[in-house]
Design a protein around this ligand. Sequence first.
Ligand SMILES: C[S@@+](CC[C@H](N)C(=O)[O-])C[C@H]1O[C@@H](n2cnc3c(N)ncnc32)[C@H](O)[C@@H]1O
Length: 189
Amino acid sequence: MSAPPDLPEIVTRAFDVSRQAGYVSFCRNETGRLLATLAATREGTMAEFGTGCGVGTAWLRSGMRGPKTMILTAELNASLANAAAKIFEDDPQVDVRAADWATLRDKGPFSLLFLDSGQPDQVGVDQISDLMEPGGVVVLDDFTPCEQWPPLSYGRVDPLREQWLLDERFTAVEVLVAADTSVILATKR
Ligand SMILES: C[S@@+](CC[C@H](N)C(=O)[O-])C[C@H]1O[C@@H](n2cnc3c(N)ncnc32)[C@H](O)[C@@H]1O
């Protein structure tokens, strides 16, 4: 896939913070570019569940338009959340919280949600659907591409992917962002 080698300045800053924290669990640049592209289409409140060290947040921020749009992001691990918060300390449009994402349930509805908390049992459609505005887009990261139905992961049916791709509350698609990784995009009906 063709992409310019330079990263947005805010993303470079987030990588520096990750490196200092010794933290390596962040979205790939291909996914980041998709997040930025989607963020550029959004207004209102965007959210991220699972901030890590702020790389995904930075990609979202790099695409965000206009002074009224907000990003709200929650990270359970306080030291990671504090590191990420430093990246955005002068930015009134990004709110990093050291908290369980469940505490953001009443802060929506969200126009975009990067669902990246790494807990498959907590991020099913039932838990998320009511948090999204009509037309709001949920992004689920880090699937291993699979060309058959039902989708398999490690030789077994992948219930999370199957659920998101079938649920009638969303129109959803799995998209390859690189040869070895895919995301699900799900738009609230
Ligand atoms: C894959 S990493 C996030 C990476 C980040 N989104 C990025 O792209 O840079 C997943 C993070 O979710 C956090 N997490 C797990 N459960 C959570 C919860 N219930 N609320 C908030 N964060 C959670 C973990 O501590 C971990 O740092």
